[in-house]
Design a binder for this molecule. Structure first.
Ligand code: PBG
Length: 347
């Protein structure tokens, strides 16, 4: 006799706790929202990437990255004094190399008097507490813009490239890099770099491996910034950077780099790959860093400049999302703005 069964409103269905459970109670006032908040963003989570050039004449703003400039040494020091004052713990250094120094084998990468080693020496002297991260890859130095040395067909050769990366890492460590960060995606490079560092007495130099780095279109403004875009022309990096369709492969890459001696691992790009950060954090108990890359920065800036979104609110929400996904630290071009907004209590 189904007609005698009383109708139950969906909200009173047996599986619902309502009205005993009203999740909105925990959202009603700021004090309780503050008490139950699960994740927080702090200035200690931020790493600021900077582009360096030889001379003041080459300084300029990057068109697709409003607010981000190429800096020569003296102005970089002045600029970073502000970052240090804000409490930013570390910077990541990317060089813009004069085209006349670019070669097919990228040998300028391990010139001990090159732009990066000189910048490291200077920054170490000026800011003893600032963490210095140097990018290890050949793309700013190769005439073809690839991260490695090619054979006649244009295929990037793994093992000869790894040798060059180890030499580059030693030059950076010698100049004062606290962390070397291979961003090239060659196989086996973390192990070779770790051994080279140990053999030369750099046992304290850390390795931040770009372990899961995807062949992404979101790097375009960065390639303009370091000047590799023209060299690369229409070529891509798909034979070494990962396919955006893959996620389990990222876990294999990360496992290999940890086994080879990486101290921290990175997922890159950031926002479109939060699922990878989350899976990596669940699986591994090493620090996971995320790179909020140039194209992600450009999108927020462009939308904010058009008046479509509120820049502060979107930046802080996006950076918090990295923390929620499981990132321990975030490389972001928004670092200085975010630190300033956090100091003003806008979080
Ligand atoms: C290259 C390198 C890239 C970035 C960091 N290191 C670009 C690439 O792989 O082509 C991208 C960073 C960004 O887009 O902000 N070794």
């Amino acid at each position: 006799m189904t007609s005698e069964i009383p109708k139950i409103a969906p909200s009173h269905a047996p599986h619902s706790q309502y009205p005993m459970s009203r999740p909105r109670r925990l959202r009603r006032s700021p004090f309780v929202r503050n008490l139950v908040r699960e994740h927080a963003l702090g200035v200690n989570d931020l790493i600021y990437p900077v582009f360096v050039v030889e001379s003041q004449a080459e300084e300029c703003e990057i068109p697709a990255m409003p607010g981000i400039r190429r800096w020569s040494a003296d102005n970089l020091v002045r600029h970073l004094a502000g970052a240090v004052e804000l409490g930013i713990p570390a910077v990541a250094i990317f060089p813009v190399i004069d085209p006349s120094l670019k070669t097919p084998d990228g040998r300028e990468a391990f010139n001990p008097n090159g732009l990066v080693p000189r910048t490291l020496v200077r920054l170490k002297k000026e800011f003893s507490q600032l963490g210095l991260i140097s990018d290890v890859a050949l793309d700013p130095y190769t005439s073809h813009g690839q991260d490695g040395i090619c054979d006649d067909t244009g295929y990037i050769l793994n093992d000869v490239t790894v040798d060059a990366l180890a030499r580059q890492s030693l030059v950076h460590a010698e100049a004062g890099a606290d962390i070397v960060a291979p961003s090239d995606m060659m196989d086996g490079r973390v192990g070779v770099i770790r051994r080279a560092l140990e053999e030369r007495g750099f046992s304290e130099t850390m390795i931040l491996s770009y372990a899961a780095k995807y062949a992404s279109a979101f790097y375009a403004p960065f390639r303009e910034a370091v000047g590799s875009a023209k060299a690369l022309a229409h070529a891509d990096k798909k034979t070494y950077q990962m396919d955006p369709a893959n996620s389990s492969e990222a876990l294999r890459e990360i496992a290999l780099d940890i086994a080879e001696g990486a101290d921290m691992v990175m997922v890159k790009p950031g926002l479109p790959y939060l699922d990878i950060i989350c899976r990596a954090k669940d699986r591994f108990d090493v620090p996971i860093f995320a790179y909020n890359v140039s194209g992600e920065y450009a999108m927020i800036k462009a939308a904010a400049q058009a008046g479509f979104i509120d820049e502060k609110a979107c930046v802080l929400e996006a950076l918090l999302a990295f923390k929620r996904a499981g990132a321990d630290a975030i490389l972001t071009y928004h670092a200085l703005d975010a630190a300033r907004w956090m100091r003003q209590g806008l979080v």
